[in-house]
Design a protein around this ligand. Sequence first.
Ligand SMILES: O=C[C@H](O)COP(=O)(O)O
Length: 263
Amino acid sequence: MADTVRRPLMAGNWKMNLNHLEAIALVQKLAFSLNEKQLTEVETVVLPPFTDLRSVQTLIDGDKLLIGYGAQDLSPYASGAYTGDISGPMLARLGCQYVVVGHSERRAYHHEDDAAVNAKVAAALAHGLAPILCVGEGLEVREAAGHVAHCSDQLDAALKGLSAEQVEKVVIAYEPVWAIGTGKTATPEDAQEVCGAVRERVAERFGKETGERTRVLYGGSVKSSNIAGIMAKPDVDGALIGGASLDADEFAKIVRFPEHVSR
Ligand SMILES: O=C[C@H](O)COP(=O)(O)O
């Protein structure tokens, strides 16, 4: 993590796990495992399923917990006949600060293409939500050494039509698909290579300052045992954590990474 104004962000993407009662238990345990200094130094966010959000909001607001929250997807539309979808205004009304957009699981299982991802990023920003925009290559692309170009193309498409001011609000998450839920973590050098290239691309298109201010996360089999090495890299500002964020003790250890990293 470089010596800049970028505050580290650890975001736990629960995916389709934990009902609202389990969600409350996890958030409570997470909050009790971390002190004010730790939660101030490292922004800590949970991204539960939609059905948990109201309970998480009530707990966090009621107990004034220093934990942020958001959703895992949103509709590109604000309202209307879109059965099963959830809109940006609905999430904003629940106090969400973040929303994941373009996760590889949604690109794969829901056939979300770059245009859909671009529309969702714009919808999130229009309703005051910070998109956590995911980019990342599959194994074939990585083996053909096309990973930087692939991520750069995904990034260009997702940020199309945005202003520099808007882009600064976007959090970009580099998630190599081959490292998600597989236990195969990219090395810190792999993470740095793409996170650095992503930042450079943002700087090229939206200006150096925007590149410096935009937070870039790594995601893919992050655990307490590998987070310090990843966070030691200058262009990695945090992590998007799947499986390990379902265990409050493990998630809290990840948030405490500064105790194990020399900057
Ligand atoms: O959004 C999170 C990522 O897909 C990473 O998941 P994982 O930590 O279970 O590999």
